[in-house]
Design a protein around this ligand. Structure first.
Ligand code: SIN
Length: 481
C-alpha cells in the first residue's frame, strides 16, 4: 500500500481518544475485493468495547455541548481541511477496501467532506423560536438542544460519506458519536478518525468501534445513554434495529433499501436519458441504494433507447479500481455476486433476453459483466428486489397511468428518476411518484445541500441539507410566567 502518509492506515479502534485493541485481543481480516489479497486486520470488538465508547462519548458531551457553535464549527472546518489535504491517500484506501474505481473514490472523499463543510456552516444557524403568547404576562420560547450521544452503523458501499453525513450534523449541534463501520471497509473510517484526532477534536467526541455487528448493534440500540440511533443499510436489518431501539425509545434515523424506477417517456431526450442512466445505474458498480433498479421505457422509444444503451455499456472499462481508466470494479463479496447472478437467471428463466453481458467477468472472482436485459416483466425478482449490481433491466410501458402504477408497486420509496420534456407531464409525474427523491432529467441527485431520504420502508428522517440537522436536536419549550 503506497500512501503518502502511512499513519492514516490504522489497525486499531479509536475510543476516547486512544487507539485500542479488542479486550480479548481478537481481530478480523479485511481483504481487497479486487483480488482477495490481505489488506490488514482490525479489532473484533463486541458489546463491552461499544459500552466503553458510549460512556466516553457521554462524558465528552458534557463539555462539547458547552462550546460555542463557532468553536465546534472551527473544529469541523479544521478536520475538513485535513481531509482535503489527504484526499488522495483516503481515496486509495477506499478503492483498496471497497473496490470502487479511484476516480469515484476521489469523488466520494469530496462528497464526504462536503457534509463536514456544510454542517460546519449550519452549526451556527441552529435557531430557536419566540412564540407569540396567548396569555398576558407569559413568554413562550423554543430552544433546540443537542440530543446527546449518537450511535451509528454505516455501510460498505460509501465507506466515508455515510459516516460524515451522520457525524457532521451530530458534532455541529453538540452531540458526540460512536460509529461502527462495515466489517468490509473499516480503514476509511479509521483514517477519518486519525484526521479528527489531528484536527484536535477532543477525546470521546468521535469514536470508532470495529467488530461484531450484532453484538455492537445490540449495545448501541439498548444502552440508555444513547439517545439517537442512525443506520444506513438493508431494510431487513433496519427493521430489526428499530425494534431494538424501542426498548429505550431512542430517536431513530434509517436510510434503507431502494428499488428506484427510471422512466424514459417518448418525448425524452434519449441521449440525455442514456447519460443519466449510465451515471445512476453504474455508479459504484450498481451498488448504491439510489441506483436505477427498474428501467421503464415507453414503447415508441424502447428499441432506439436499447440500442443507444448497448453502445454506451459496451464502452465501460472493467478491472482493478486503482487503474485510472477503469469505470467498473468488483462486487463487494460472494453474497453480492450470488444475488446478481440469481436475479439475471430468474429474469432469463421467465422470458427476459440478455442483449449484453449476462455473465461473470474474467477480471476477477467477484466481477460481473455490466448487463442489459430486455422484455422484463413485473413478476420477475428484479421487479421486487434491489439488485445492487451492474444489471440494467428494461421494462416496456404504454401509458403514464401504467408506468406510475408499476413504479409505485414496491415497499421501497427512496429515489426515482424520469426523463420527459413536457412541463405538464413533469409536474404530474413528480407529484405522483411515491419517493423521497425524484431526479427529473437528471441521474445524479446526491448533494450535501438537499435532503436525502425515503418514503415507505426506505427509511425515516432526512440526511444532509438544513433538514438533516433537525434529527440531532431536541425541541424544548419554555413557558415563562
Ligand atoms: C447510498 O447508496 O446509500 C448513498 C448514495 C448517495 O449518497 O448518493
Amino acid at each position: 500500500m503506497t500512501l503518502q502518509n502511512p499513519l492514516l492506515f490504522k489497525q486499531h479502534c479509536y475510543i476516547d481518544g486512544k487507539w485500542v485493541n479488542a479486550l480479548n485481543q481478537k481481530t478480523h481480516l479485511v481483504n481487497n475485493p479486487y483480488d482477495q489479497s490481505e489488506l490488514g486486520h482490525v479489532p473484533m470488538c463486541g458489546a463491552a468495547e461499544a459500552k466503553q465508547a458510549i460512556e466516553a462519548a457521554f462524558n465528552a458531551q458534557k463539555s462539547w455541548k458547552m462550546l460555542t457553535a463557532l468553536q465546534r464549527s472551527t473544529y469541523l472546518r479544521c478536520w475538513a481541511d485535513l481531509i482535503d489535504k489527504h484526499k488522495e491517500d483516503l481515496a486509495i484506501l477506499m478503492t483498496l477496501e471497497q473496490g470502487k474505481p479511484i476516480t469515484e473514490a476521489r469523488s466520494e472523499i469530496e462528497y464526504a467532506n462536503s457534509f463536514i463543510k456544510w454542517f460546519a456552516e449550519e452549526a451556527r444557524r441552529v435557531y430557536g423560536d419566540v412564540i407569540p403568547s396567548n396569555k398576558p404576562k407569559q413568554h413562550l420560547l423554543v430552544l433546540k438542544q443537542p440530543i446527546g450521544v449518537v450511535a451509528a452503523i454505516t455501510p460498505w458501499n460509501f465507506p466515508a460519506a455515510m459516516i460524515t453525513r451522520k457525524c457532521a450534523p451530530a458534532l455541529a449541534v453538540g452531540c458526540t458519536i460512536v460509529i461502527k463501520p462495515a466489517e468490509e471497509t473499516p480503514f476509511s473510517a479509521l483514517a477519518l478518525a486519525a484526521l479528527a484526532e489531528q484536527a484536535g477534536i477532543p477525546a470521546g467526541v468521535f469514536n470508532i468501534v470495529t467488530g461484531n455487528p450484532s453484538d455492537i448493534g445490540a449495545e448501541f440500540t439498548h444502552n440508555p445513554l444513547v439517545r439517537k440511533f442512525s443506520f444506513t443499510g438493508s431494510t431487513q436489518v433496519g427493521k430489526l434495529l428499530m425494534q431494538q431501539c424501542a426498548s429505550t425509545v431512542k430517536k431513530v434515523s434509517l436510510e434503507l433499501g431502494g428499488n428506484a424506477p427510471f422512466i424514459v417517456f417518448d418525448d425524452a431526450d434519449l441521449d440525455l436519458a442514456v447519460t443519466g442512466l449510465m451515471a445512476s445505474k453504474f455508479r459504484n458498480t450498481g451498488q448504491t441504494c439510489i441506483c436505477a433498479n427498474r428501467i421503464f421505457v415507453q414503447e415508441a422509444v424502447y428499441d432506439a433507447f436499447t440500442q443507444k444503451l448497448v453502445s454506451a455499456v459496451k464502452k465501460l472499462r472493467i478491472g482493478n479500481g486503482l487503474d485510472e481508466s477503469v469505470q467498473q470494479g468488483p462486487l463487494i463479496n460472494e453474497a453480492a455476486l450470488e444475488k446478481v447472478t440469481n436475479h439475471v437467471a430468474d429474469a432469463i428463466a421467465n422470458g427476459a433476453a440478455s442483449v449484453f453481458g449476462g455473465k461473470r467477468h474474467e477480471a476477477g472472482k467477484l466481477f460481473f459483466t455490466p448487463t442489459i436485459l430486455t422484455d422484463m416483466n413485473m413478476s420477475m425478482l428484479i421487479a421486487r428486489e434491489e439488485t445492487f449490481g451492474p444489471i440494467a433491466p428494461l421494462f416496456r410501458f404504454k401509458t403514464e397511468e401504467e408506468v406510475i402504477a408499476m413504479s409505485n408497486e414496491t415497499n421501497a420509496g427512496l429515489a426515482s428518476y424520469f426523463y420527459s420534456q413536457d412541463i405538464h407531464r413533469i409536474w404530474r409525474i413528480a407529484e405522483a411518484l411515491q419517493y423521497g427523491m425524484v431526479g427529473v432529467n437528471e441521474g445524479i441527485i446526491s448533494t450535501e445541500v438537499a435532503p436525502f431520504g425515503g418514503y415507505k420502508e426506505s427509511g425515516i428522517g432526512r440526511e444532509g441539507s438544513r433538514y438533516g440537522i433537525e434529527d440531532y436536536v431536541e425541541i424544548k419549550y419554555l413557558c415563562m410566567g
